[in-house]
Design a protein around this ligand. Structure first.
Ligand code: AMP
Length: 398
């Protein structure tokens, strides 16, 4: 009886929810905070589906701005410009998670922002993110908030060597991190964080790193691309492939954890959960990215609906598209280092007809800067990785 009543209330709730839920339809304008490559690939998908795109960031002629309909160039702290931007778009999402919370709050007064500001607030700070994950019992490596050098010296002895000290905010691609190999390293590592809020993490001797790119809509529907396997070089993602070489049990567990995280945060949009897989086959969440992810770039060529289109569908209240993979796939990042001896040899790399080139329109090729990526599909992920690495090497040929 009780169960039937609960079901009835749920149906009535969903009926009114759908009745009043605002769908943002093609020809509307989607606002994007941030203007890098993630915004560019999002804008391309949005324009394909007949949306207009308005990007907001402090820079001009940006990867996103080059393909968007409108580009507002202003500081995130300029709340008058934020207000004007928010009044001129139908929904807002972001491609860069370090947008100040005040900016998101200001925009939210005029237009829906997805994922909501609270999600951004948690994901842009390692300490808040780890507190959230541990409170909700998601598996993570031991961590501690470090306030003083003495805190650090005591905690490294508890966690053992090496341990990793990370700044809580503005860290990505290994920036703001120091590996502490002995008690002697503490002072230098503590100086390096320059008084910023910091977290010490126990070192994970991982077997591999994997990620799950998930999408969730306002009604709680969830879509995902299974597990993607990632290899890093110098803390920067080098290569990703899918499907990951993992047992079915671990794949299922990773997707369930990711689903749980998106539900717990009530994410509307795309969120990526990065994991370590330990040598004894345990998954530990390393990081959350409240947006499409570098490891999901291979979905552009490999899947019926890629991660950027899925983000668009989620924030606009449209049904998710199929996440089916046409074939196994691999993606290799192209960093600025490849330009060291002049323009890369594009023709050589594209000799293989199944290799796709994606460049982000960045003018200056600095070392470590993500300039683009290559993707290929193949019968197995292993052969896709082999092909993509071979093609990337050919970029260096004269
Ligand atoms: P992050 O910016 O936290 O994702 O770190 C960048 C990379 O550093 C990760 O992808 C790992 O390869 C490595 N790393 C970060 N934290 C740890 C850890 N606790 N144990 C081992 N390796 C780590």
């Amino acid at each position: 009886m009780c169960l039937n009543l609960a079901k009835l209330f749920r149906r009535i709730f969903l009926f009114f929810f759908f009745l009043f839920m605002k769908q943002i339809l093609p020809n509307s304008t989607v606002g994007v905070f941030g203007s890098g490559q993630l915004g560019r690939m999002f804008a391309i998908e949005a324009r394909k589906m007949g949306y207009r795109v308005h990007t907001f960031s402090p820079a001009s002629d940006t990867p996103t701005g080059q393909v968007a309909d409108f580009e507002t160039v202003a500081e995130y702290e300029d709340l008058n410009q934020v207000k004007r931007f928010a009044q001129n778009v139908d929904v807002v999402t972001f491609e860069f998670e370090n947008v100040p919370s005040k900016t998101v709050e200001a925009a939210s007064q005029f237009v829906s922002v997805h994922p909501r500001g609270e999600v951004l607030h948690i994901a842009q700070n390692r300490l808040r993110e780890k507190n959230f994950l541990s409170q909700k019992n998601f598996p993570i490596t031991p961590y501690r908030h470090i306030k003083t050098l003495e805190d650090l010296q005591t905690t490294v002895q508890e966690f053992g060597f090496p341990s990793i000290l990370k700044t809580a905010g503005f860290g990505y691609d290994g920036k703001g991190q120091a590996k502490i190999k002995s008690l002697h390293d503490c002072e230098t590592a503590f100086e390096q964080i320059k008084g910023n809020e910091a977290v010490l993490e126990a070192f994970v001797d991982f077997e591999k790193e994997v990620s799950v790119v998930g999408a969730r809509d306002e009604q709680g529907n969830f879509a995902h691309y299974g597990v993607i396997e990632n290899a890093h070089a110098n803390h920067i993602l080098d290569c990703s492939f899918a499907p990951a070489y993992l047992s079915e049990k671990i794949q299922k567990e990773a997707v369930e954890i990711a689903h749980g995280v998106l539900d717990a945060l009530e994410v509307v949009g795309v969120m990526t959960v990065e994991f370590f897989l330990t040598k004894d086959e345990k998954l530990l969440v390393n990081e959350l990215a409240p947006r499409p992810h570098n490891s999901g770039h291979l979905t552009i060529d490999a899947c019926a609906t890629n991660q950027f289109e899925q983000q668009l569908r989620a924030v606009c209240g449209l049904p998710f598209g199929s996440t089916e993979f046409y074939k196994s796939a691999a993606m290799a990042n192209l960093l600025g280092d490849l330009w060291k001896n002049g323009e890369p040899n594009w023709a050589k790399a594209l000799e293989n007809q199944n290799v796709k080139l994606h460049l982000y329109g960045k003018q200056e090729a600095r070392c470590g800067r993500k300039m683009g990526h290559l993707t290929t599909l193949a019968a197995t992920a292993e052969s896709a990785v082999e092909i993509i690495k071979k093609s990337r090497n050919k970029l260096k040929q004269k």
